[in-house]
Design a binder for this molecule. Structure first.
Ligand SMILES: Nc1nc2c(ncn2[C@@H]2O[C@H](COP(=O)(O)OP(=O)(O)OP(=O)(O)O)[C@@H](O)[C@H]2O)c(=O)[nH]1
Ligand SMILES: [Mg+2]
Ligand SMILES: [Zn+2]
Length: 401
């Protein structure tokens, strides 16, 4: 699926010899091809250990990590190791790299700290992943196993495409995915696939668009290469596009069309219309005209990872509700029975679909519940940590008994 993975990193970058200006320029161009920019260079410089001795740039904007260190972008991650794209003499190449013990420890304490597809990582001379650059954006869902930590589905996407098929759309799922996309910090876009399978694609798309205020809605038929131009434009700007959606909706088909090759296997959807979970790993692929596409496995459960991010995301995903709420007489109006409620008035007049208010309430309740649950769980974990520390303290040999 990826270019041949060399057993060790290419010698072009991670070397303690000062790189020549020409090779620095080549690797800078190659890093830019992976999405590297000045802001990432600053983020690297700000890292406590890697950044302090980042050498002076050999050319304009050339990031040069400390001697023996390099940066790369994760295209595929497993527990304990990942494939990292690094600049090679003829453009980016993928290298299999294990995590350094520090990263392994950090990921044990907080699974969201481990490198995932889309992450920028610092590689040491081993080479091993020695650190993960703070994410600009992250699509995080609540863990299905109900742990206190979320699961990072995509790191550092600029645009998150919520993919939904026109042939079998699910409004509730679309709203939920859009809320998740908004909470990532990336720009959401709604991609409606399989337009070729329905006679009334535009009518259906207009219905679905009502559930996606403030979001560009694209109607596509990927196998026929219809409607993909706006996504190609996004990629041509060097952006990273993450694909999010249920199994069988056409994410990998979209990826293959955008990168112009059979990168991800796709299979026909089962007779019952449910997908097959063909894609099982999250993978970042470089698009030929620039930019990168991050394909993800179909989501079965899409839990909102509570706390503050979800609140703000709900305001965005339900901007139509939030707009009306601003005109309610009471600031803390729950839009149930309050007098002077502009939301209820809008539903009454048919201006706001009752379904939208119901969806908003459902997701809001869920986000609250998730935030409370995570809090309780974190408190319990902390209590456990303190108990262990107290026990260790009691066992200290220097302690008088
Ligand atoms: N007619 C038509 N078929 C499509 C379109 N997009 C995808 N398909 C078909 O839908 C099926 C599922 O597509 P995939 O791309 O594998 O779906 P996926 O979202 O990657 O699914 P998972 O990997 O399981 O999450 C395949 O048979 C595709 O050929 C489309 O725009 N039109
Ligand atoms: Mg797939
Ligand atoms: Zn109200």
């Amino acid at each position: 699926m990826h270019p041949a993975v060399p057993s060790a990193l290419p010698s072009a970058l991670p070397s303690s010899d000062p790189p020549s200006a020409a090779s620095s320029r080549a690797s800078a161009a190659s890093l830019a091809r992976l999405g590297w920019d000045d802001a990432w260079a600053r983020a690297l410089a700000a890292l406590p250990d890697a950044g302090s001795d980042v050498g002076p740039a050999a050319g304009p904007d050339v990031p040069r990590p400390a001697a023996g260190r390099a940066v790369g972008r994760v295209c595929r991650a497993d527990a304990g190791a990942c494939d990292v794209l690094v600049p090679g003499p003829d453009g980016p190449v993928a290298a299999a790299v294990p995590w350094a013990p520090t990263v392994r420890r950090a990921a044990r304490a907080d699974p969201t700290a481990g490198p995932v597809a889309g992450d920028w990582v610092v590689l040491d001379a081993a080479p091993a992943v020695a650190g993960v650059l703070p994410r600009r954006t992250a699509v995080v869902r609540a863990q299905p196993d109900r742990s206190s930590h979320g699961q990072v589905l995509a790191a550092n996407a600029d645009v998150v495409a919520v993919v939904e098929p026109l042939s079998d759309p699910d409004l509730g799922r679309l709203e939920r995915l859009l809320t998740l996309a908004w909470s990532s910090g990336a720009r959401p876009v709604c991609v409606l696939t399989k337009a070729d399978l329905v006679p009334d694609a535009e009518v259906r798309a207009a219905d679905l668009a009502a559930a996606a205020p403030g979001v560009d809605v694209l109607v596509v038929a990927a196998p026929e290469d219809v409607g993909l131009a706006p996504l190609r434009d996004v990629l041509a700007g060097g952006a990273t596009l993450a694909l999010l959606g249920a199994s069988g909706v056409g994410k990998s088909t979209l990826l293959n069309a955008l990168v112009g090759a059979e990168r991800m296997r796709t299979t026909a959807v089962r007779d019952d219309g449910k997908g097959r979970h063909t894609t099982v790993t999250r993978e970042l692929h470089l698009a030929p005209g620039g930019g990168a596409v991050l394909d993800t496995p179909g989501l079965r459960t899409i839990g909102l990872a509570g706390a503050g991010a979800a609140d703000a995301a709900l305001e965005d995903a339900f901007a139509d509700v939030a707009e009306r709420a601003a005109a309610c007489r009471f600031r803390d109006c729950a839009h149930r029975t309050e007098p002077g409620c502009a939301v209820l008035a809008a539903v009454e007049s048919g201006d706001l679909p009752a379904r939208r208010l119901a969806s908003y309430r459902k997701l809001e309740r869920e986000a609250r519940h998730e935030a409370a649950r995570t809090d309780a769980r974190l408190r319990a974990e902390m209590a456990q940590v303190w108990k262990q520390r107290a026990r260790a303290y009691r066992r200290r040999p220097d302690k008088k008994r």
